[in-house]
Write a protein that binds this ligand. Structure first.
Ligand SMILES: Nc1ncnc2c1ncn2[C@@H]1O[C@H](COP(=O)(O)OP(=O)(O)OP(=O)(O)O)[C@@H](O)[C@H]1O
Ligand SMILES: [Mg+2]
Length: 313
């Protein structure tokens, strides 16, 4: 397991405040979809991210875990342009050989580059149907402009048709084909989470960020979700997954980056991070008396709440 970050080819720097122990830099020639370095984000006196480095290999399902308030959503917000870190860099590479600096770009332009996300607090248009919600995502990447929309040009009509077809395909992919015309607000919670994923996929991302997609879902929905995440990754989309449920993390993620108090405290395979003393301590230090306490449990919910009820961003 590495607790270091690369500071350029051939150099290694300790993660500030990390648990210590110097190790060589990760593979400098790695094909990374996200290369985020040294991200620091502050709100007044609160430091949400403190020198965070994240290396996400192309095609990988990478999980980000950590206790409540660790900075996971803040990290997503920096990767999607919702927050601008005071320090650090984010390189997003939609395909090998092409890389964009993300910091300072608007959320809209980052979406257009190929980054999509879902939210910890579901954000759907409740008064629109499932289909219409997905169409919003799909239309973001369609090319006709406002003039085409006003004039109703043939190209616009063609794109509208293909947008509907694409949206239905995505609803099928997430198992919601039968809900096409239902209002999103009327769907059960687990289905709303899957609808959000369909909407995010509508923008044609190369990188999909999922913020606690399993929160509030039942065990069979979690299994379906794991399958869906694997299917999405199988189509070549890199997936960055914030998740508290270690069973889900273990079943889908190749690697896990662990945050605590805004810092990376560990990175490795799910099995490695689960037995890392710094990770165990971070969770034990925050858990309630009745939450999961077996640090050596092979799988389960490290946090013990399967999601959060906190204010979310
Ligand atoms: N917009 C904001 N204004 C002020 N503080 C913020 C803001 N966004 C995040 N924070 C603070 O940054 C810290 C990290 O929050 P963040 O939401 O990123 O944690 P998290 O790991 O996603 O937690 P959870 O598991 O509860 O969702 C917290 O102390 C939070 O209160
Ligand atoms: Mg969060």
């Amino acid at each position: 397991m590495s607790k270091h970050r690369a500071a350029g080819p051939g150099r290694a720097v300790l993660v500030p405040g990390g648990p210590g122990g110097e190790s060589p830099a990760g593979d400098p020639g790695a094909d990374l979809v996200v290369d985020a370095r040294d991200l620091t984000l502050r709100f007044g006196g609160v430091t949400s991210l403190d020198g965070v480095t994240l290396r996400h290999h192309r095609g990988e399902i990478l999980a980000v875990i950590g206790p409540n308030g660790a900075g996971k959503t803040s990290l997503f917000n920096c990767l999607t342009g919702a927050y601008k870190p005071q320090q650090g860099s984010v390189a997003f590479s939609p395909e090998p050989g092409r890389s964009h600096s993300i910091v300072g770009k608007t959320p809209h332009s980052i979406t257009k580059l190929g980054v999509a996300r879902t939210f910890q607090n579901i954000r759907l248009f409740p008064a629109l149907s499932a289909l219409e919600n997905v169409q919003i995502g799909v239309e973001m990447r369609q090319r006709y402009g406002s003039i085409g929309a006003i004039l109703g040009t043939p190209r616009m009509r063609r794109e509208e048709r293909s947008g509907v077809e694409k949206s239905i395909e995505l609803l099928e992919l997430v198992g919601l084909r039968h809900r096409v015309h239902e209002l999103s607000a009327s769907l059960p919670y687990g289905e709303q989470r899957r609808l959000e994923i369909a909407r995010a996929l509508g923008t044609g991302p190369k990188l999909l960020l999922l913020d606690e997609p399993a929160a509030g879902t039942n065990p069979s929905e979690k299994l379906e979700l794991a399958e869906l995440i694997r299917t999405i990754a199988g189509t070549g989309v890199s997936v960055l997954l914030i998740e508290h449920d270690m069973r889900l993390v273990m079943s889908v993620a190749a690697n896990v980056t662990v945050l605590n108090f805004g810092r990376v405290i560990a990175h490795g395979t799910p099995a490695e991070v689960q037995r890392d003393p710094a990770v165990v301590e971070a969770y034990l230090g925050t858990q309630d008396d009745d939450s999961v306490g077996e640090s050596d449990a092979p799988a389960g919910d490290l946090v013990g709440n399967g999601g959060t009820g906190r204010d979310q961003h």
